[in-house]
Design a protein around this ligand. Structure first.
Ligand code: NDP
Length: 345
């Protein structure tokens, strides 16, 4: 069985959902009530792959909301409690979605393997980052040519280049896609220099200097809400892959010739009878989902019960090949720009 741990996009959205599900006492509660609410297994689902294989899954709402991010202990407790519930329900492989994987990594939850009487078995969990990285790379490869951008001559800026997803994207784009130039953007210099050495190329630039040079920008960093982008300095056409969470680039860079695509989103070949993606505000919630969630489904389809994506900067090209192959085989496609001719996937 596969599992997905997620959360609502805001406190208000969470209250609405709780009310719909009949959890009235918590729906009416204030943020303090929600801080002490336990995780809920809200939905079971059965999914059949394009190969005909059928698997069972469950969605666990961690009862975390982004408004709790500044409450360090609460955020930590929410993620650990949701993981404990997944394990107690006997789920073999569970993806940490939305902010939960960020909390896991940034708050170093590896040090908290014991939750009450449960010892968390790490091999039952995955961040889903390998599939996310592969999907973002395919989105670059499919959509840049559709805009007339020849990747062999293009500059691709990766914002968050030294991160888990960003470094994997850089590895793939430099060795598999053969982009003309990678522009590496992050705040800390030392990891950037180490990455450039590993890649055997790439130019380290500040965000401000990279943007006007880029034909494609891959955003894989959680950027501050206050970030402003001067669209008059961007190239046209420019493809922007919004791979961060939450996804909020399109409102900031709405301008002629700037094409924003939600990054790390996949679509299943057929409707899935679930309601869980409604809270993630997908355009087609019956088919679309975050690639990290889909990774848990893929590992279950493949009976590959292991913490496939784990820790930082462990994503290899071989792992991306494996999960990408499984993604295509079981019936997922990457989200693409609408109304443009697409290169063959
Ligand atoms: P990591 O924490 O591993 O990496 C974050 C990267 O961003 C680092 O390179 C960091 O470097 C850089 N960074 C952070 N802040 C800034 C800034 N202000 N300016 C420039 N660079 C910055 O994160 P992950 O790779 O795990 O995840 C990256 C993003 O992808 C997150 O926003 C996450 O939510 C999102 N994500 C999306 C998914 C999906 O949509 N399907 C699935 C999983 C994750 P430095 O600290 O040196 O600046």
């Amino acid at each position: 069985m596969f599992g997905l741990i997620g959360h609502s996009t805001s406190f208000e959205a969470a209250r609405r959902k709780a009310s719909e599900l009949g959890f009235d006492h918590i729906a009416e509660g204030d943020l303090d009530v929600w801080c002490s609410a336990p995780p809920q297994l809200v939905e079971h689902v059965e999914v059949t792959s394009a190969t005909g294989r059928t698997i069972q899954g469950a969605y666990i709402d961690s009862c975390f909301v982004p408004e709790m991010l500044s409450r360090f202990k609460t955020a930590r407790r929410k993620v650990l409690n949701a993981m404990e519930l997944a394990q107690k329900k006997g789920i073999d492989i569970t993806a940490l979605g939305g902010f939960t994987s960020i909390i896991f990594e940034n708050f170093n939850l590896l040090q908290h393997q014991h939750v009450r009487s449960t010892t968390l078995a790490w091999e039952r969990f995955t961040t889903g980052n390998t599939h996310t990285a592969w999907v973002i790379c395919r989105q670059v490869e499919n959509n840049a040519p559709a805009l007339g951008i020849d990747l062999k001559k293009a500059s691709v800026a990766v914002v968050g280049a030294t991160g888990d997803i960003g470094s994997a994207v850089c590895r793939w784009l430099s060795s598999r896609t053969g982009v003309a130039e990678l522009l590496l953007v992050a705040r800390q210099q030392k990891p950037l220099e180490e990455l450039r050495e590993e890649l055997g190329g790439g130019r380290i630039l500040s965000l401000e200097d990279a943007l006007p040079e880029a034909d494609v920008v891959v955003w894989v960093a959680s950027m501050p809400r206050t970030l402003e982008i001067d669209t008059s300095r961007l190239k046209t056409p420019c493809l922007m892959i919004d791979g961060g969470y939450p996804k909020n680039l399109d409102a900031r860079v709405a301008a002629k010739g700037i094409h924003v695509l939600k990054g790390g989103i996949v679509e299943f070949f057929t409707d899935i009878g679930w309601s869980m993606m409604e809270i993630a505000e997908m355009e087609k919630p019956q088919r679309q989902m975050f690639a990290c969630f889909a990774e848990a489904m893929l590992l279950e389809f493949e009976s590959h019960h292991t913490n496939f994506s784990w820790g930082r900067n462990n994503i290899t090209l071989e792992k991306m090949d494996f999960i990408g192959g499984a993604s295509v085989r079981h019936g997922f496609t990457t989200l693409n720009l609408q109304g443009l001719p697409q290169a063959a996937v």
